[in-house]
Design a protein around this ligand. Structure first.
Ligand code: NDP
Length: 398
């Protein structure tokens, strides 16, 4: 029995709150806080059991400390934006509370997400006897656990990792992002980096694509190589990896819009002056785009996210594919949200559950693949993200 403070009432925050509310024997009390309390109240009104809501500016450590001291949670689940990771970690240290998130820290003025800032908290958390679990969403999150699970049960050594994230969903808009537009566009337009022979290799964004046929009739999609944060922690924790790549599907309409918006400067993160006021183009663009949390009722189709791992087992080469398929409409029926928020929010609830039940309780700052994957994998099957393993899938990936 525990009390959690969830910070962030966006698409992911809504799902985490729904899923925690469903597991009342672990999450006895829930407080949902965000910059706009009205959004917390809207989520609270969808639930079958009462929760508390609060207003907080998570950029302010004193405000966070005051809230945490009043609420007295056992764990803070951070599903606000990556910009708030460090302030929330600082507030957790000051108040002696465990921490968890789904995305690594990114400074507002540099579109560069790296673990170094959060890894630097290792000693502070360890000394305080507190745990910080990093990246408990889907990717990062479930994909890291998938890798750890295959490394543990299917291989003696893993050498090659391809994470493949396909969204076969359609929301009917010519251009919209499935999670926070600012974070999504910063991620997609960033220079591509993949791991090869002991170092990250940089290539222009979206410069390599291939076709991928998803299992179970989800369909065939163009997937593009891009950088994703779990590559940094997985290549650190699995030094036997010779090559690691991340691939994501994009539709032609999405890419066409992104190219034009980029060409005219609308995806820029530097402030520009407009009518005597400083505005950041990408933040202005966000105000024009559909709010991802409103895509739920319109999105049809399925996601298919998984890992292809190659390596050796008992002296022979082996290839294994592990994946989850998630249906947008089924997610909406359950928690009033589309599958991108769902596939992030469910692993966040599961990571929190692992910590609160003591299955994953260890002082320090940890990436999710450093924990035992088995109880998490079992919980994925139980709480809405069942997975499948195909031994020797016969893929021919680049
Ligand atoms: P949204 O933009 O929908 O929601 C973010 C929420 O955080 C909003 O409610 C927003 O408040 C709140 N917020 C922003 N700044 C502050 C602040 N200073 N203080 C308090 N609250 C604040 O984003 P998503 O729900 O789509 O994403 C949430 C997180 O999940 C992000 O970090 C994202 O990177 C991560 N993510 C991880 C994935 C994974 O698989 N690992 C996949 C998808 C997302 P307001 O409503 O006022 O704007």
């Amino acid at each position: 029995m525990a009390k959690v403070l969830i910070i962030g009432a966006g698409g992911v925050g809504g799902v985490v709150t729904h899923k925690c509310a469903q597991v009342a024997d672990v999450f006895e009390e829930i407080v949902l806080a965000s910059r706009t309390e009205e959004k917390c109240k809207q989520i609270a009104a969808q639930l079958k059991r009462p929760i508390e809501t609060a207003q907080v500016d998570a950029d302010s450590v004193p405000e966070l400390v005051a809230l945490i001291e009043r609420v007295k949670p056992d764990l803070v689940i951070n599903v606000a934006l990556p910009y708030q990771d460090l302030t929330i970690m600082d507030a957790c240290l000051e108040t002696g509370v465990h921490y968890m998130d789904t995305a690594n820290y990114e400074p507002l003025d540099t579109a560069k997400f790296e673990y170094k800032w959060q890894w630097a908290y290792q000693e502070k958390f360890e000394k305080a006897g507190l745990m910080a679990l990093l990246g408990s969403g889907f990717d990062p999150g479930a994909t890291n656990v998938f890798t750890a699970y295959l490394a543990k049960h299917y291989f003696d050594e893993i050498e090659n990792l391809d994470i493949i994230d396909v969204n076969g969903g359609d929301h009917g808009y010519p251009f919209a992002t499935n999670f926070n537009p600012e974070i999504n566009i910063r991620e997609v337009t960033a220079e591509c980096r993949h791991w090869e022979n002991g170092a990250f290799v940089e290539t222009p964004a979206m410069s390599l694509k291939q076709s991928f046929t998803c299992p179970e009739g989800v369909g065939e999609y163009n997937i593009y190589r891009m950088y994703h944060e779990e590559l940094e922690s997985l290549t650190k924790h699995y030094p036997s990896l010779k090559k690691a790549q991340f691939w994501m599907s994009f539709g032609d309409s999405y890419l066409k819009h992104l190219e034009v918006l980029g060409n005219v400067g609308m995806t820029g993160i530097e402030p520009v002056e407009f009518n005597g006021q400083q505005i950041v183009p990408i933040q202005f663009l966000k105000t024009l785009l559909p709010d991802p949390s409103t895509l739920g009722p319109r999105t049809k189709g399925r996601t298919c996210i998984g890992c292809v791992v190659r390596g050796t087992y008992q002296g022979k080469p082996r290839t294994v594919y592990i994946y989850n398929i998630c249906d947008h409409e089924a997610c909406y029926a359950e928690v009033q949200s589309q599958a991108i928020s769902y596939t992030t929010g469910v692993p966040a609830m599961i990571g929190a559950k692992m910590m609160l039940e003591g299955k994953w309780m260890k002082p320090g700052v940890w990436n999710i693949e450093q924990m035992d994957p088995d109880p998490f994998m079992e919980a994925m099957n139980q709480y809405g993200l069942p997975w499948t393993v195909i031994d020797e899938p016969g893929f021919d990936l680049v």
